[in-house]
Design a protein around this ligand. Structure first.
Ligand code: GLU
Length: 294
């Protein structure tokens, strides 16, 4: 079976050098392996994603000399697939609704932190304290009736009981040099949100469903997502999905050593292009070998 790679950007800003590196690496690896490169638009967040950023993704990737299989999968068109997965997890008794606002959660965490250190997830956010798990069915029914915004959370303790311990194979390297067979640590994420009433999915859930539905065999992406793989392996196991091979690559950093980011206005590929940078220069900048034209 020919390997299937994918590049999966979110159209919430213009692509920068870090995206160029990831996209070119996926493209080169797919070519070398005689495989396919898919492009997936991760646009579940309607408040941040914009059509002009999506159009710019196609333009910037084509400028880099990358081509990809058609059709492109756009996550916003596949909410039914994600809903089916949450229904399955719910039927397994692994989800519970929670109704707190962000401000309420911040208050709950502040109360906990006043008593002592409180755990943070691999992205640095405080772990959810699990309070909604003890709401009575009657209170849940009332809150639903009153149309209070609702999130569906994974009951991590039960989920891990159902999955057992898990590993993944990483051909790249994690933030502390992890490589090869890596032990998944989904507990570090706590009771994560898998869906919300207004967006019936989440990053973790849609990535896992799409990688499976698209037959992705090789997930090549930035090291910032290394520990997300714990969640992905857990969901794959719970939903009976195949596990791809992973390869997490180091992040391209700016001259000050900071991670490039759309939100902090890192120089976009289009600005570099407007300033006269060529695709060959981009390959040099991210230290990837120049490809012979094919
Ligand atoms: N959409 C994610 C991002 O732009 C990448 C998801 C992935 O590669 O798993 O950061």
């Amino acid at each position: 079976m020919a390997p299937v790679f994918r590049f999966a950007p979110s159209p919430n800003g213009y692509l920068h050098l870090g995206h160029a590196y990831s996209a070119l690496l996926n493209f080169d690896l797919a070519r070398e392996a005689g495989g396919q490169l898919l492009l997936r638009i991760e646009d579940i967040d309607a408040t941040r994603c914009r059509p002009e950023f999506e159009a710019a993704i196609y333009e910037d990737l084509a400028w880099l000399g990358i081509d990809w299989e058609q059709p492109v999968r756009r996550q916003s068109q596949h909410f039914a697939d994600y809903r089916a997965a949450t229904e399955r997890l719910a039927a397994m008794g692994l989800l519970y609704p929670s109704f707190e606002s962000r401000a309420e959660i911040a208050r709950l965490i502040a109360t906990e932190e006043a008593k002592g250190p409180w755990p943070r997830d691999p992205d640095g956010a405080p772990v959810y304290p699990g309070v909604a798990k003890s709401l009575s069915p009657q209170v849940v029914a009332e809150l639903k009736q009153a149309d209070v915004p609702m999130a569906l959370r994974l009951d991590m303790t039960k989920a891990i009981q159902a999955s057992g311990s898990l590993t993944w194979t990483d051909q790249g390297v994690g933030p502390s040099g992890e490589t090869g067979t890596v032990a998944a640590r989904p507990e570090a994420w706590g009771d994560v949100i898998l869906a919300r009433k207004e967006t019936p999915t989440s990053y973790h859930l849609s990535v896992v469903i799409d990688d499976a539905l698209q037959g992705v065999t090789h997930v090549v992406r930035g090291q910032d997502l290394f520990w997300s793989t714990s969640m992905h392996r857990l969901l794959q196991q719970l939903l009976d999905l195949p596990q791809p091979v992973y390869r997490h690559h180091p992040l391209v950093r700016d001259t000050g050593g900071a991670k490039l980011s759309k939100s902090t206005g890192s120089t976009s590929l289009r600005e570099l292009r407007a300033g006269g940078t060529t695709p060959a220069d981009i390959r040099r900048l991210v230290a990837l070998p120049r490809r012979a034209a094919s």
